[in-house]
Ligand binder design. Sequence first.
Ligand SMILES: Nc1ncnc2c1ncn2[C@@H]1O[C@H](COP(=O)(O)OP(=O)(O)O)[C@@H](O)[C@H]1O
Ligand SMILES: [Mg+2]
Length: 376
Amino acid sequence: MNKLLSPFLISGYISKEYFCDRESEYEILKKNTQNGVNTTLISPRRLGKTGLIFHFFDSLKNEKDIQAIYVDIYSSLNIDDFIRLLAESILEKFPEKTSFGKKFLTLIKGFRPRFTFDSISGAPQIEFNYQSQNDKEYTLKQLLLFLDSQDTKIIIAIDEFQQIVNYPEKNIEAILRTYIQQLKNINFIFSGSQAHILAEMFLSSKRPFFSSTQFLNLEKIERSKYKEFIQYHFSQGDKAISEECIDYILDWTKGYTFYTQSVCNKVYRNKKIDLDVIKLECIGLMKEKEPSFFQYRNFLTPNQWKFLIALAKEEEIVQIYSYDFLNRYNLGTPSSAKRIVNSLLEREMILESNNKEGSSYSIYDVFLMRWLQLTY
Ligand SMILES: Nc1ncnc2c1ncn2[C@@H]1O[C@H](COP(=O)(O)OP(=O)(O)O)[C@@H](O)[C@H]1O
Ligand SMILES: [Mg+2]
């Protein structure tokens, strides 16, 4: 393997050495797979859902009788896209030269699709031509039944699963649920970041997926474990980093995975590490994002922007409609605040976290929060 510039990854997955903790979550996924239980994996963006799926799948790579397929449906707009992405992931997993791949290709060719290859990645791309809605449902069903008929257990992770509620075909949930119920050898991991959409989908008795999966809520990585991980990798690179410095990083990033990885990634590239170096790297990261922060300001109303600044200053607030908070920052009445909060929640500019004590609110993007604190 090429020598890494930094052992703190900010995209993709290499091996468990570069992956921090998630042991209990890993065990849950493993147990669910053994017991044939489907899982719904939920957390805000950038906490490590996709990483956890890759980590789990990586551990299965030497198991002969389990095959793992990862499908990211973030870019999908309709059921056509869903089927295409699923088929492409299967093809990628089982290339034509494998016997499974050959059989799958024969099945696919029966639908007379058009094949192309991505000019950059070389990954296979498939375009189906459908005559009708029934045609699509038939294709989807055949893909799943084909996988199910192989003599191996299969796990399909569908990432960004909440995307399906935006499809124009409103019956997609019912269709999927019906097919999935008939499968014997396939287990699913449904992963997504919009907790309320997924909760509604899986917990409402009126919805097809009701009660069909086990929920796995991904939280922040435990601080002590993250500290150990950071310390370990710096010392592996013969770089000294004090506990004070690690604490500073974890406070600044609030312990969120992506932000912590990003800061550590940059800091690691320095020869000598102290608080000044870390602060400079943090500022550097904010500056990199500044153009997109200006964009936010352009598409938000002045009142929404003002609200974000106030929230950034508070970092985290429980009583978001209290007169105390609203008056302190001159944010208007509770009812106008409610409208602002709802639209900012919808745009994923602010994050609502629910716990035993109730809901608390914070800025979704930690870099934006720190930048607002610094700039205003
Ligand atoms: N347990 C972990 N240890 C180290 N890095 C991680 C871990 N989980 C995720 N990451 C890294 O953090 C970033 C965000 O994680 P990701 O899995 O993409 O989050 P999500 O899918 O929840 O949006 C990724 O770049 C990933 O490499
Ligand atoms: Mg993800």
